[in-house]
Design a protein around this ligand. Structure first.
Ligand SMILES: Cc1cc2nc3c(=O)[nH]c(=O)nc-3n(C[C@H](O)[C@H](O)[C@H](O)COP(=O)(O)OP(=O)(O)OC[C@H]3O[C@@H](n4cnc5c(N)ncnc54)[C@H](O)[C@@H]3O)c2cc1C
Length: 501
């Protein structure tokens, strides 16, 4: 009798070139999973939908090792029709499923123990007029940047090239061009999506516009499987970049941070800036600020040196691809899975001196490298749309903070989570309580209000209209109207979400 791995190897051989697995192989797969996979195979078009099993390690890929789940069946769909057939099969057979773009979800929302509808093979692209670029939902940000660059154009997405356009653009999508060009979701002009009835819909400002509103900020996995995105790309020419670093005691570090906080959200729109706070050694805080401008290097230098006192500020003019490489960092073009936890806050009023000092003093209680607080300045074009223009609600944020930690073995997970929880808890009095849906956190109390604020009721109505049976769901998907929104963890006392507004 063959082992699971031998079986997997035979299956993979059978589907090489996307041939259909038939006969004994299919029956073995059915016996192994207890699912009528033959029916799924029949309903997929010839050459569509590569069905794999966990035996193929390549297809378990996801960024966060802490939350990785291995599904019984992974279907790599190659067309919207294939996605529709898989959704209808899952529905008919009551098989729970998740949808994967490029697998970077911080929690496990694109994973499932039963079925994953994997869109990574949906990578076709097509240029339209006026800089409109359509790409399949399996496209990564890096591939999108390369496609745009080949035509002398750019797209305002995040800094990690392996991240998928799918999850990223539906959650918002912040990057080094966000202040001049807006968030990624602000630059989507239409989605093609397969809904809960297996229907392929186009959503745009003029077609299914309520769903178009919802998909720009709800995060993925709540309304259907998106199969195609159409983006507005931009012609930006060369960019300039800067960086500045300090290692200081707390009182001096507080001053530098507050100077950044006063400048970055209000700087000229052409400049997007970030500030990272970490421990720099015993009693020392390390601050690192970097950013990019679509304006001149001279103007950027003048702007940064106006507040970045006591640091050697370096600036450089680059092509936009060189800047993408710079911010992607070494190895940024390859998926490097890690154990990690991220949590986020939005700062909507300048953080008080006491608050910034608390952030730094909490950092000093930990070992060097334990947690980084990564702050991304908002304002500029991000702040232009009204808060209810689309599902993304945090137009009034000054900046977001992400508390990021990563480690190397599973045995460290529980202590690292406890550390991250305590850190987050200590900052509660100084922040808004709102959070960024692209940095999901299963311990976030009242996640729906934290992610979507006042846009939640409208999102729930749209959910009711397009997915009344809650087929597309994960642990923090948009709830149906009337669903209980209680938090899963009550040990973190969150101040009244709206007390700081
Ligand atoms: C290393 C790293 C760097 C990052 N950098 C940034 C950054 O600079 N700026 C920023 O804003 N964010 C950043 N993020 C967060 C990132 O935007 C989110 O993790 C995003 O959701 C990832 O999208 P994905 O398609 O890769 O993830 P996936 O895990 O595949 O999907 C994420 C969510 O979207 C759903 N989904 C995926 N595909 C589809 C689809 N086709 N249709 C419907 N739903 C779908 C999934 O079910 C899941 O709920 C980063 C994350 C990582 C891990």
């Amino acid at each position: 009798m063959s082992t699971r791995r031998e079986f997997g190897a035979r299956l993979i051989k059978a589907v090489a070139g996307y041939a259909i697995a038939t006969g004994p192989l299919l029956r073995s797969l059915e016996a192994q999973t207890g699912l009528p996979i033959g029916d799924l195979r029949s309903s997929l078009g010839a050459g569509d939908g590569v069905i794999l099993t966990p035996d193929d390690s390549k297809y378990t890929e996801s960024y966060n090792l802490r939350t990785r789940l291995v599904p019984e069946v992974r279907v790599l769909c190659q067309s919207a029709k294939g996605v529709a057939a898989t959704i209808l099969w899952a529905k008919a057979n009551k098989v729970s499923f998740s949808t994967r773009g490029a697998g970077h979800c911080y929690e496990d929302f694109s994973q499932n123990l039963k079925l994953v509808i994997d869109t990574r093979k949906l990578t076709a692209s097509e240029w339209g007029s006026n800089g409109l670029l359509s790409v399949g939902s399996g496209t990564t940000l890096g591939s999108l940047y390369k496609l745009a660059d080949a035509r002398g154009r750019a797209f305002p997405g995040g800094s990690c090239p392996t991240v998928g356009v799918a999850g990223h653009c539906m959650g918002g999508g912040y990057g080094r061009l966000s202040r001049p060009l807006g968030l990624a979701c602000d630059n989507v002009t239409s989605f093609e999506i397969v809904d809960a009835r297996g229907k392929i819909l186009t959503t745009s400002a003029t077609q299914n516009s309520d769903l178009f509103w919802a998909l720009r900020g709800s995060g993925g996995g709540s309304f259907g499987v998106v199969t195609k995105f159409t983006f507005q790309t931009h012609s930006i020419g060369k960019v300039s970049t800067y960086s500045a670093s300090w290692t200081l005691g707390v009182s001096e570090a507080v001053k530098v941070f507050r100077a950044w906080q006063s400048w970055a959200p209000h700087a000229p729109n052409e400049i997007t800036s970030t500030m990272t706070v970490s421990k720099g050694g015993a009693g020392k805080i390390r601050l690192h600020s970097s950013g990019q401008s679509t304006g001149s290097e001279t103007k950027l230098r003048n702007e940064v040196t106006s507040w970045a006192k006591g640091a050697a500020v370096s600036t450089k003019t680059r092509t936009s691809m060189e800047a993408i490489d710079l911010f992607a960092g070494t190895g940024g073009w390859v998926l490097n899975p890690v154990y990690m936890k991220g949590r986020s806050d939005y700062v909507k009023k300048p953080m008080s001196e006491e608050g910034v000092a608390a952030l730094m003093n909490e950092m000093l209680k930990l070992s060097v490298g334990a947690i980084s607080a990564m702050c991304d300045a908002y304002g500029g074009k991000i702040a232009e749309p009204e808060a209810d223009a689309m599902a993304f609600a945090h137009r009034d944020a000054l900046y977001s903070i992400q508390y990021y930690s990563q480690w190397s073995t599973a045995s460290q997970t529980s202590s690292k989570l406890a550390m991250s929880r305590a850190f987050y808890k200590a900052l509660r009095p100084y922040v808004s309580g709102y959070a960024y849906v692209n940095y999901p956190d299963l311990e976030l109390p009242d996640y729906a209000r934290a992610y979507w604020g006042d846009n939640l009721p409208r999102l729930q109505q749209i959910k009711q209209k397009y997915d009344p049976d809650n087929l597309f769901r994960h642990k923090q998907s948009v709830p149906l109207p009337g669903a209980s929104l209680s938090s899963s963890i009550r040990s973190i006392a969150l101040p009244d979400l709206f007390a700081f507004d």
